[in-house]
Write a protein that binds this ligand. Structure first.
Ligand code: ZN
Length: 295
C-alpha cells in the first residue's frame, strides 16, 4: 500500500494511492458502515496495526466497487506523517559518508533528534535566506507501526509500518557550533519527507535499496543501503534497548556520501536550488529552496 496525505480544507487528509488515483480514506470509511477513521493522518498512523488493516480493507472495497478516486495530479500532496511522534536520526551511518566527513566509523549508532517544526512535504519550499552552510542528506526513513521495546534484530522489521524518503537538511555552521548537532538539524522546514509512505510489505528487504540525490538535476548522491554501517534491524534493536518506540515515530537512517560537507570546494545550497531524494520505490521527494519563508 502507498499512503499519502493531501490538502483539503486547509488540512492534510489521509489517502491511499491506488491504480487510477487516490482514495480519500476518511470519506471511504464514512460510507462503508464500519468504524470512522481519524481525518488527521498522524492520529490515524498512531493507531498502528489496526489502522493498516482497516486501510487495506477500504482499498480492497474501493477497487471491488469501482469507487471514484481523486486524480493524483490534481492534489497537493503533503508530508505522509505531518506530526510524527519521536523523530530520531542516525548520524555517520554510511561507511563512505563517515570517511568524507573526516570522522571514524562509529562503534555504536550515533543518535540525534529533530523536532516537528522541521516536517514538510514534497515540493514545499524551504527558506534558507541568511543561512550560510545549508546541506542536503538523502535518507531512507521509516515509520514505526507497532510498539517496540527490546526487540530482537530478527523480528525488528515486524515493527515497521513503512518507508519513505527523507531529506535531513543540515546547517553545518550551526551543527558544529557547539558539541550538540541539534541546532543545525532542526530549523523550520529542515525535514522534507514523502511523497509516499510505502508499506513495509511492499518494500520488502530495506537492506539493499538505491539511495539517490540530485541537485538541480545533477547526481550528487548515488549509493545503496547495503553501505549502511548499522542496518535497519540493528538500529531498531539498539534504540529499543533504551526507549520504547510507538506507532507514528519516525526514524531517519542516515545519509550516504556525496553531501556538500564532503566536497571541495563546498558550494552550499542557495535560494533557487532544487534537491531531489529518491530511495528505491519510494517516489521522488523534490524540495525547492527559497530565501524567505512562505506567507
Ligand atoms: Zn542525516
Amino acid at each position: 500500500m502507498t499512503f499519502v496525505t493531501f490538502r483539503s480544507d486547509d488540512a492534510w487528509r489521509p489517502g491511499l494511492l491506488l491504480t487510477g488515483g487516490v482514495l480519500d480514506l476518511a470519506a471511504a470509511a464514512k460510507t462503508d458502515g464500519g468504524a470512522p477513521l481519524p481525518t488527521d493522518p498522524s492520529e490515524l498512523l498512531a493507531l498502528g496495526p489496526a489502522a493498516w488493516d482497516r486501510m487495506r480493507d477500504l482499498a480492497d472495497a474501493a477497487t471491488r466497487d469501482g469507487r471514484p478516486l481523486l486524480a493524483e495530479g490534481d492534489l497537493t500532496l503533503g508530508p505522509p506523517l505531518p506530526r510524527p511522534g519521536k523523530i530520531l536520526c542516525i548520524g555517520l551511518n554510511y561507511r563512505r559518508h563517515a570517511a568524507e566527513s573526516g570522522m571514524a566509523e562509529p562503534a555504536e549508532p550515533v543518535l540525534f533528534s529533530k523536532f516537528g517544526n522541521t516536517v514538510v512535504g514534497p515540493d514545499a519550499p524551504v527558506a534558507i535566506g541568511g543561512r550560510t552552510q545549508v546541506d542536503y542528506e538523502s535518507e531512507l526513513a521509516l515509520v514505526i507501526g507497532r510498539t517496540a521495546k527490546n526487540v530482537a534484530e530478527t523480528d525488528a522489521l515486524d515493527h515497521v509500518a513503512g518507508y519513505l524518503n527523507a531529506n535531513d537538511l543540515s546547517e553545518r555552521e550551526l551543527q558544529m557550533r557547539s558539541g550538540q548537532w541539534l541546532l543545525g538539524k532542526t530549523l523550520d522546514g529542515f525535514l522534507p519527507i514523502g511523497p509516499y509512505l510505502v508499506s513495509a510489505d511492499a518494500v520488502g528487504d530495506p537492506g539493499d535499496l538505491p539511495v539517490r540525490g540530485r541537485l538541480n538535476g545533477e547526481t550528487r548522491q548515488d549509493s545503496r543501503t547495503s553501505d549502511l554501517i548499522f542496518s535497519v534491524p540493528e538500529i531498531l534493536a539498539y534504540v529499543t534497548r533504551f526507549m520504547t518506540l510507538e506507532p507514528g515515530d519516525l526514524i531517519c537512517t542516515g545519509t550516504p556520501e556525496g553531501v556538500i560537507l564532503g566536497r571541495d570546494p563546498k558550494v552550499w545550497l542557495k535560494p533557487g536550488d532544487v534537491y531531489e531524494v529518491e530511495v528505491g520505490p519510494l517516489g521522488i521527494l523534490r524540495t525547492p529552496f527559497v530565501a524567505d519563508p512562505p506567507n
